[in-house]
Each structure stands twice: as C-alpha cells, then as structure tokens.
Design a binder for this molecule. Structure first.
Ligand code: ZN
Length: 95
C-alpha cells in the first residue's frame, strides 16, 4: 500500500488504494487521500446521499456527489475550474 501525504488531514498515512471512482477524481483520491479519510467519507456519503436525496444511478446526481466528495476530501477542482465557486459576494445583505 502506498503511503500518501493526505490532502485532507495532512498526515503521512497509508493511501486509500483503489476507490473505484472514474477519471481524475479516482486517481487523485488514490494519490492524495489516506485510508482513514476515505473510510470516513464512505460513511459520511451515505448521510450526504440521504440528505440531498441523491440517486447515484443518475448522471446529474453522481456529478453532484463527486463534487461533494472533492469538497469533503479538500481536493481542488480539476484544472481550469479553479475558483469556479468563489466566495459569496459581499452585498448578500438579505436576512
Ligand atoms: Zn487523511
């Protein structure tokens, strides 16, 4: 098992290994996320799926889940999308 410096907890630990996610997200998790954090996400994502009512069989919901996965694991968005979700504008004055 490869050792990684985890992007989420900052510890040097055993990597998550094969996570079975497609594309760059799966590769990034395998390279940058420790097993502990990945395990934590696996139990958290069940609550997240229920909370948002996601149906991972549907592409749109799956994309949302991947986005939340990145957020939880503190992985930056893919190259080119950096800063795509910027800070809230300061004039959001509604209560
Ligand atoms: Zn970690």
């Amino acid at each position: 098992m490869a050792v990684v410096v985890c992007a989420r907890c900052g510890q040097e630990r055993d990597g998550a290994g094969k996570v079975g996610l497609p594309g760059s997200l799966g590769a990034e998790i395998e390279a940058r996320i420790c097993r502990e954090c990945w395990t934590e996400w696996l139990s958290t994502q069940i609550r997240v799926i229920n909370h948002y009512g996601l149906r991972p069989a549907q592409r749109e919901d799956r994309d949302k889940l991947y986005e939340l996965t990145r957020e939880f694991l503190q992985l930056a968005a893919p190259a080119g999308a950096v800063g795509g979700r910027g800070a809230e504008p300061p004039d959001a004055s509604e209560v």
